[in-house]
Design a binder for this molecule. Structure first.
Ligand code: DGL
Length: 276
């Protein structure tokens, strides 16, 4: 078994993570799958996010990926554990699925001086309480304040995130977060779409608050994981290739994807069968 690293997201957001992975670990092959036909996931039920994510993970395994990264906080929050505990034990024991929440939670405490951290994410991620739970395991003394930002993914997906309309919703959610605790000095963007809004967010928060995107954190954690797991490192093929799959229109995907990935993207259509 030897194949590309699979990278999954509901749509485009995971490309901000893939961008950092390919920058740090360019030697590997990567196969990206965006479930654009069913995005956004952020407002969907646990059952839907689990069913959709599972289908996409199986698709990436079928395509030869030994390792799949859920580069989506919503999928990591709502589907990862069930896939790891229920589905993986029935499969080839060498296959692995990793998420983005734990690696981020394990380092976020290193960014704050006040010990008060804000987390912004989709409604699904925030309601799951995954960040407070995971952060509490490594940094039990940290105060974690959360805010769901349901309008941000639609703004970004419709390429309206740099326009004046975005200011209203950026200000709204950021103020709601800071109203909960004014001493927050670190804001974690707990959704892989949000790095595209980072500049706008910076305009609406006090200068001493730092904004943390997770792409570089997840890439560094993948590097560390591959160092610690030589059998998986050998199973990841290394021709430096990048392939992109979408469950929706490829022309639309290619137009939007380059904004997230930072360079040109040429995708292929991929149909997702319903897996029992
Ligand atoms: N990019 C995904 C995340 O990190 C969510 C986008 C969506 O709502 O589908 O949570």
């Amino acid at each position: 078994m030897n194949g590309p690293i699979g990278v999954f997201d509901s749509g485009y957001g995971g490309l901000t993570v893939l961008k950092e992975m390919t920058a740090l670990l360019p030697q590997y092959d990567y196969l990206y799958l965006g479930d654009n036909a069913r995005a956004p996931y952020g407002t969907r039920s646990f059952e839907s996010v689990y069913a959709y994510t599972r289908e996409c993970v199986f698709k990436l395994f079928d395509a030869g990926c030994p390792l799949v990264i859920l580069a989506c906080n919503t999928a990591s929050a709502k589907a990862l554990r069930t896939i790891q505990q229920k589905d993986l034990p029935k499969m080839d024991p060498r296959l692995r699925v990793l998420g983005v929440i734990r690696p981020t939670a394990e380092v976020i405490g290193n960014y704050t001086s006040t010990g008060k951290v804000g987390v912004l994410g989709t409604r699904g991620t925030i309601l799951s309480e995954s960040y407070p739970i995971e952060i509490g395991k490594t940094f039990p003394q940290l105060e974690v304040h959360q805010q769901a930002c349901p309008m941000w993914v639609p703004l970004i997906e419709n390429n309206e995130h740099l326009g004046a309309g975005a200011d209203y919703f950026v200000k709204k959610y950021v103020n709601q977060l800071l109203d909960k605790e004014s001493d927050i000095d670190t804001i974690l963007l707990g959704c892989t779409h949000y790095p595209l809004l980072a500049d706008k967010i910076a305009q609406h928060i006090p200068a001493q608050i730092s904004i943390v995107s997770q792409g570089e954190i997840v890439a560094a954690s993948l590097k560390d994981y591959l160092n610690r797991h030589p059998e998986m490192e050998h199973a990841c093929s290394k021709d430096g290739s990048r392939r992109f799959l979408t469950t929706d229109d490829t022309t639309t995907f290619d137009e939007h994807a380059s904004i997230f990935f930072g360079s040109e993207v040429k995708s292929e259509f991929c149909s997702i069968p319903h897996v029992g």
